[in-house]
Design a binder for this molecule. Sequence first.
Ligand code: AMP
Length: 287
Amino acid sequence: MIRIAMPNKGRLAEPSRELIKQAGLTFSHISGRALQAKLGEEFLALFVRANDIPEFVADGAADLGITGRDLVRESGRSLRELLDLEFGRCRLAVAVRDEDTVRSVDDIPDGTPVATSFPVTSEAFFAAKGRRVTLVPVSGAAEIAPHLGVADIIVDLVSTGSTLKTNGLREISTVMESSAVLVGRSGVPEGGEDDAIVRDLTDALESVVCAKNKRYLMANVPRSALDEVRRVLPGVSGPTIIDILNGGNLVAAHAVIGQSEAFAAIARLRQLGATGILLTKIERLSP
Ligand code: AMP
């Protein structure tokens, strides 16, 4: 069985399980073992802390892992990123107090204390910028550190920026962008027995990720408007045009479009005389 380490709690836990289910795999709990579940016939899910997942995969306790790219980087372990899962989006950012005169990383004086729960990543970032700061490792809630006099600067995860704002902090630089990723061990020779199964899983997950912001649009359109319909619905490889039995001068046009394009496309199709317009979500899309 191929072992996949997945976050047992926290903000990555639920979206990870949801993604796996959408890819068509079903969790069946092994009696008495809440920390493991069978996933179809070929996979075993191991529920562990998101922070521990990079180590577990690097050490071979799991074959694959789903966790944050930030946590992979911070672990210092070299892992192979197989797929960006596109949830848990955030950035690791450098922030100072609102009233601080520091405008950029270049303004940070040597020896400035920097509170962070990402000391490895932060150290590498400041070293690459030629800054010699004093890291103050904290296990969480770094945003409180400037107010306690523990540090003048923090390096912390930000998604909307509202926590920084609430705490009177201002972002001055981005250390890295992060999102959830599927990782495997690096340096494993390709062509092994499990490769094809891992490939099938990666493809299935990718098809779910790919479908998320896409919609399937169907409309009955006048045959005479097909040139314009093609411009409105470029689709993956052009719209599919289907004859309608007794459709008269109408034909059915089907196409995949971006969710954000749907509003304008439907309005335009209606101007062209389209009827019976249907827009649906797509579960999986393998272009
Ligand atoms: P957890 O602490 O278990 O809830 O998970 C934290 C992980 O969620 C981080 O390592 C990031 O990969 C991801 N994440 C996404 N947005 C944020 C955010 N605004 N704050 C903290 N973690 C975030």
